[in-house]
Design a protein around this ligand. Sequence first.
Ligand code: UD1
Ligand code: CA
Length: 457
Amino acid sequence: MKLLPIILAAGQGTRMYSQRPKVLHTIGGLPMLQHVINRCRALSTENIVVVYGHGGERVKTSIADNRLSWVQQKEQKGTGHAVDQARDLIEDDVIVIVAYGDTPLIKTETLQGLVDTLVTADLTVLTATLADPTGYGRIVRNSYGVIEAIVEEKDANPEIKKITEVNTGFIAARGKHLKQWLSQLSPNNAQGEYYLTDCIALAVAEGARVNAVLCHDVTEIKGVNNRRQQAELERAYQTRQAQKLMLAGVSLADPLRLDVRGELIVGQDVFIDINVIFIGKVSLGHNVTIESGCVISNSVIKDNAHIKAHSVLEDAVVGEDCDVGPFARLRPGAFLSAKAKVGNFVEIKKSTIGYGSKVSHLSYIGDTKMGDHVNIGAGTITCNYDGANKSKTIIGDHVFIGSDSQLIAPVTIETGATIGAGSTITKNASANELTLSRSKQQTRKGWKRPTKIQQDI
Ligand code: UD1
Ligand code: CA
C-alpha cells in the first residue's frame, strides 16, 4: 500500500517571538521540519506533502529536499483545514499519515506502528499519557474503552480535562475515508477552527473502527510552541545522540555535556571529554581522543589523533597519530598529514602540514604547502596577504624555521633549508643552507637610558 505523509507546517508559532517561521527553528542544528521529513522519508514513501503558510518561501528554500509537494494554506483555519488543502494529492487508496512539523522527535518505528495498526482499523491515532496534559486534545473513551472522540482543551469540561491520555496529533487513515471525513468538518468550536481531531467522532458515528496506538516515549510526541520547550527537546535529542554513541563504543566523560549538531561517525575506543560540540558531518577514527571544550565542524579526524582542550576545527583533516592543541585553530582547508603536531595558539588555514612536521607554538600558517619533518619555530608567521591578494608559501622537507620569523609570500623555502630566528624572508631560501635576515648584534658602550625631565607647569 502506498503511503502519503502530510506534514502540517503552516502555523506561525506566535509564542516563539521570532522573525523565523517556527518549523525552521532547529533541534540538533537541523530545522524541526527537516527532522520530521527525514523520519517520514525513512518510511520509504515516494511523495511527502508539506502544508506551509507562514514564512512560505523561506520555509521552502531552507529545506534541502527536492522531492516534496508543497501545498499552501493561505489562512490558518485549523489542522483539519490544513490537511484538506492537500485533498487533490490524496488518492483514494493511499494511506495518509498526518504529522506535525513542530514535533521533531517522532521516530520512524512509531509512524510505522500507526500504519501497521490500520490493518485492523479505519483510523489510527497516536496517543500518549502525560502527567500534565494541559493544552492537549484529550482522548475520550466509552465504558468499554473504545475511542469516541478527541476534545480540545479549550472545548473541554472539567471532567474531560482530568483525562491524561492525549492526542499527539499523528494519525493515519486511508485516503478515501479521510477525504470523506474532512468534507464534513465544521468550525463549531471554541476556536472557530476546522479541527482534524473531529474526524474521530465522525468516524465513530459512521461505525468505522478507530484504534489508538499508545506512544511510551513522550519526548517523541512533544511539540515546540516556545523556546523553553525547544530547549527541553534539544536536551532530549542530545541525550538520544549520546546514548547511541555510547552503545556504539564511544566513551563519554558525561553524556549530558555533549552536543552533536549534525552527523558524527565514530570508530572504536573514541574518548570524548565534556563540553565538546560537533557541527555538520564529522568523522572520528579509532582511538581518537577529544579533550574538553573543543568545537569541531565538518572535519575528518583519523586514527589515534589527539585533539587537546579548547581547539576549534572547521573543514579540516587531521591525519593518523596527530596531536592538536590545546587552543589550536584549524580553519577551512587545514590538512594535517600523519604524525603532525599543531600546538597552542596556532592557526592553520588552507595549508598542508607534512608527515611528522611540527608547528608547536604561537604561529599562523596560511596558504602554505609544507613538506615532511619540518620544524616551525614559535611565533612564525606566513605573511600571505598583501592587502589585495593572497600568495603561497612553499616549504620543503626537513626545513627548520627559527622562532619569530616572517615568511613573506610568495616564497619558497627549499628542502633542508634553515632560517635563522627573527628573520624576515622575502626571497627564496636555498636548499640545505642557513638563511637569515637580521642585523648583527651590537653593544654601544656607555649608552644610558633616558631619564625623566622635570617640567614646570
Ligand atoms: C493540536 C491538536 C491537539 C493535540 C496537539 C498535539 C487539533 C485541533 N488539535 O493542537 O488535539 O493534542 O496538536 O500537539 O488538531 N497547523 C497548520 N495549519 C493550521 C493550524 C495548525 O498547518 O491552520 C499546524 C501547525 O503549524 C502545527 C500543527 O498544525 O505544526 C498543530 O497546530 P497547533 O495550533 O499547534 O495545534 P494545537 O493547538 O497544539
Ligand atoms: Ca501545538
